[in-house]
Unconditional design. Structure first.
Length: 73
């Protein structure tokens, strides 16, 4: 079993999810005005659904050198 790697309590540059969120905001959600909360939720869901059709993009966004050292075979 690989060792656990503890991250600092606040480390957005080390958290792969942060890079996905930044990509979604930049690519699909920026420069848009949403009329209400439901439109925001629909826009975020649409952005996510468009992203999951690109598994190579997700892999490139979440690939960190420190994660490669703890992957299991």
């Amino acid at each position: 079993m690989p060792p656990l790697i503890f991250l600092p309590p606040y480390a957005p540059k080390l958290n792969p999810v942060e890079r996905i969120w930044l990509y979604l905001r930049k690519r699909f959600l920026s420069l848009r005005l949403f009329p209400d909360l439901d439109a925001i939720i629909d826009g975020c869901c649409d952005a996510w659904n468009r992203l999951v059709t690109e598994p190579d993009r997700i892999a490139s966004l979440t690939d960190y050198p420190y994660l490669r050292s703890v992957r299991t075979s």
